[in-house]
Design a protein around this ligand. Structure first.
Ligand code: M6R
Length: 611
């Protein structure tokens, strides 16, 4: 979604800002803009479309200056247009501002400011703030920081923002409520971003603002205060991934690069976290709450999209091996329910970005009701990671492709570790714990062997390129994988796909089946194999084409399915981790064959930070 970048230092700001915008392109956006302080003059440029278009529009212009702010916009209020792109500028041309989030009471503020003589140039909610800051600065003795603080205190909604003014040509003011802002600390320079990836090439030393905080930055330092103007002591944290981690490294797309990284990602997710002898997981992030997790009698897991499906895989694992009742909820629904929470309930948020608005709201609701809140989060220092009581980092590195691939696999792996941890706190035997540990240790190599078969997956994607609709079916541990496989296909290739628990097929979807609607059936040799196999028979009886995913050595489906993809034998609970690989690859090759960029699917944003 929207992205913010800012710079104040000794270097020219424009190249730093443009580089930051490019590094945030993966997040999804429709227009971009910059404002650079050229002496005490603001140079503002905006373009609809890609950052490249903005760069092209600046080719014949000199934009000099060592302080500036920039933005990529994902339209909420008003169509993608130059007028609606950020930065927004006040009537007197002195204040420029970029904003992520939503100003819910903008109509009311706009009416008030219009009555006071302000003229609006866009349809956005954000522009209101630029005028409000200008308006407040007209009062004697009110500084830019004072005006921003007073303005945001009038806002209902969410914001991450960066503001500059020609009256304060050496200052950037940033503020946050519900939308991330990070400050990069360099040598004699400070950077600002809504996403650490935008500035990681310049510094790994970062300060994460919390909600209700703002900061004043200039070349010589920074000052963080609350929105009540009380000083807040903040210290830089070191981010453990590098700018190179966020490059394609010779792959055509981030999605393929991230799929290829999965064996190493899973090793990183598990590194130092398995005690083979004790048959247990060593989860440092849960150490301080281990006494509470022992007493938990109910788990609620919240997430969105792929994170929600990974949670459903986790639900099967936790119920089967840890014996804890588990409910998995869409975070977007949980926040509007009246969940029954007791002091012995733990609510787990699963999120790659750690910034998804619905998941964050769900965890806040759970916390308010007294639950123990835990996070399974990839982005270090993200809001959910900081707001939960304790948690487990995925250590998957930055995921740039919009489609969740390595994050999904590492989330499922974290659930296996959590299952051992909670299971061993309960009735799980050391023998069972050791069996899971040993099998988990084999998984990265098995994933690598599956990844090496791209030609096979591509050939199947090519063979079915004629199909406009797909059914994905799976049972038990593989039901969530059917949902995930269908989501992957539709989001990157725009082919219609529906994921169903195989048992549901006869309750409706079978009406769709004929020779034009192929099904991908995840049918490993597991405790529900015979039942899933019957489902394939039923599809065939209706002339449906079937691509089956089954276990190596099982040739019963050779004559039943049109195509068979074999995956190695593993524990039933870990099968989804292996079966995910051909599903990801099928979606990727289908997208590329259709000429689409799987890294930046239309209408989608990497991190959904508004409701
Ligand atoms: O950052 P999060 O894990 O909270 O994001 C959740 C979903 O938005 C995300 O998994 C989305 O569904 C992916 N595009 C799926 O590939």
């Amino acid at each position: 979604m929207c992205g913010i970048v800012g710079y104040v230092g000794k270097r020219q700001a424009l190249p730093v800002l443009m580089d930051g915008l490019r590094r945030m392109e993966y997040r999804g956006y429709d227009s971009a803009g910059i404002a650079v302080m050229d002496d005490a003059d603001l140079r503002v440029a905006k373009s609809v479309g890609k950052v490249r278009a903005l760069a092209d529009s600046l080719v014949d212009t000199t934009v000099a200056g060592t302080l500036g702010i920039a933005h990529t916009r994902w339209a909420t209020h008003g169509v993608p247009s130059e007028a609606n792109a950020h930065p927004h500028v006040s009537c007197d041309g002195k204040v420029a501002l970029v904003h992520n989030g939503i100003i819910e009471n903008y109509a009311e503020l706009r009416a008030e400011l219009t009555a006071a003589g302000h003229a609006f140039a866009s349809e956005t909610d954000t522009e209101t703030l630029a005028h409000l800051v200008e308006h407040l600065m007209r009062f004697p003795g009110v500084t830019l920081a004072d005006a921003v603080r007073s303005a945001v205190r009038r806002v209902r909604g969410t914001f991450g923002l960066a503001v500059v003014s020609t009256d304060y040509p050496n200052e950037i003011i940033v503020a946050r409520l519900g939308s991330p802002i990070v400050i990069g600390v360099g040598e004699g320079e400070y950077l600002v971003a809504s996403d650490p990836n935008a500035i990681i090439g310049h510094t790994r030393s970062m300060i994460f603002l919390d909600d209700g905080e703002m900061a004043v930055l200039n070349r010589d330092g920074y000052r963080v205060v609350s929105l009540e103007n009380l000083p807040v002591a903040k210290h830089p944290e070191n981010i453990d991934w590098s700018a190179e981690d966020a490059q394609k490294n010779g792959h055509a797309h981030f999605m393929m690069k991230e799929m290829s990284e999965q064996p190493e990602v899973l090793r990183n997710t598990m590194r130092g976290r398995i005690d083979f002898d004790a048959g247990n997981a060593v989860l440092g992030g849960l150490r301080d709450v281990a006494d509470r997790t022992r007493e938990i009698d109910r788990l609620i897991i919240v997430g969105c999209g792929s994170a929600y499906y990974a949670a459903q895989v986790g639900e099967y694992m936790l119920e089967e091996y840890a014996g804890i009742p588990v409910e998995v909820e869409l975070a977007s629904e949980f926040r509007y329910r009246k969940p029954i929470i007791t002091p012995r309930t733990a609510v787990i948020a699963v999120s790659q970005s750690g910034e998804t608005a619905d998941t964050l709201a769900a965890i806040r609701e759970a916390k308010m009701k007294g639950a123990l809140t835990l996070g399974i989060i990839n982005a270090v220092g993200s809001t959910i990671a900081r707001e939960t009581d304790a948690g487990i980092y995925n250590h998957a590195g930055p995921e740039i492709g919009v489609a969740s691939t390595k994050a999904f696999l590492s989330q499922a792996t974290v659930f296996a570790l959590l299952t051992m941890f909670l299971g061993r706190q309960r009735q799980m035997s050391v023998t069972t714990g050791r069996r899971i540990s040993e099998e988990l240790a084999r998984i990265p190599d098995l994933v690598a062997s599956l990844l090496a078969r791209q030609d096979e997956y591509k050939a199947i994607a090519d063979k079915y390129a004629w199909a406009d609709d797909f059914l994905y079916l799976g049972r038990k541990y593989c039901a969530p994988l059917a949902y995930e496989g269908a989501l992957k296909l539709k989001e990157v290739s725009y082919v219609h796909a529906e994921g169903y628990a195989a048992g549901e097929m006869k309750h409706g979807p079978i009406a769709l089946v004929d020779e034009t609607m192929p099904s991908i059936v995840i049918c490993p040799v597991d405790s529900v194999y015979e039942k899933t196999k019957s489902c394939i028979e039923e599809l065939r009886a209706r002339r449906g084409k079937v691509i089956a995913i089954t276990t190596e050595g099982n040739h019963e489906l050779d004559n039943l399915a049109d195509d068979v993809i074999f995956i190695p034998k593993t524990l039933e609970m870990l099968t989804p981790i292996l079966a995910a690989i051909p599903l990801q690859a099928f979606a990727y090759h289908a997208a590329v064959r259709r000429g689409f960029d799987p890294d930046m699917p239309r209408n989608l944003a990497k991190s959904v930070t508004v409701e």
